[in-house]
Design a protein around this ligand. Structure first.
Ligand code: GRF
Length: 183
């Protein structure tokens, strides 16, 4: 299965997906809405084709049209969002219906959106985690296909909890993607 990874930042989940690629999937392109995203340089150094364009320069419709074209040109059949911090339009989601997954740092349906770790701590949760879900038009709202749990420790702040969840993400996402592309 040919997979495109979309990032906006450091790309640690992208790295774990690339490291775990095998017969189940291959990463054919890494794309970003932020040309300065550190993860892009990492992908380039490894010879993975990259696409980068800022929606601010051309507007969202032209940006998404170019993104769609770049992914199809690379032969991508599936899209894995990995720290992609921008909402995909309803049109884009419709064109890739059922073929986009995302990893979100909470146990969905709890804590959609941002600041998940601070919210979990503020709520007094004993367990936190991450979810891999199908992307639909509703933010963080599509079918959950895999989750990983970690404990919330008494001294945790958002940063220490985020680091523990991120380690779990790196194990969870490759496995979940392999299951997803068998659909
Ligand atoms: C991860 O916590 C992911 O769950 C969230 O954004 C973060 C991205 O980190 N969507 P990275 O860029 O993969 O290191």
């Amino acid at each position: 299965a040919k997979v495109a990874i979309l990032i906006s930042g450091r790309g640690s989940n992208m790295q774990s997906l690339v490291a775990a690629a095998d017969g189940a999937y291959e990463v054919v392109v890494v794309a970003s809405d932020r040309p300065e995203a550190p993860g892009l340089a990492w992908a380039l150094e490894r010879g993975i084709p990259v696409f980068a364009l800022s929606p601010k320069t051309v507007g969202k419709p032209a940006y998404e049209a170019a993104l769609d074209g770049a992914l199809r040109e690379a032969g991508a059949e599936w899209i894995a969002l990995a720290g992609y911090m921008r909402l995909l339009s309803d049109d884009f989601v419709a064109r890739w219906r059922g073929r986009i997954v995302n990893i979100h740092p909470s146990l969905l349906p709890r804590y959609k959106g941002l600041d998940t770790h601070a919210r979990a701590i503020a709520a007094g949760d004993a367990i936190a985690g991450a979810s891999v879900h199908v992307v639909t038009e509703e933010l963080d709202g599509g079918e959950v296909i895999a989750q990983a749990e970690v404990p919330v420790l008494p001294d945790d702040d958002a940063a220490t909890l985020a680091a523990r969840v991120l380690e779990a993400e790196h194990r969870l996402y490759p496995q979940a993607l392999k299951e997803f592309v068998r659909r």
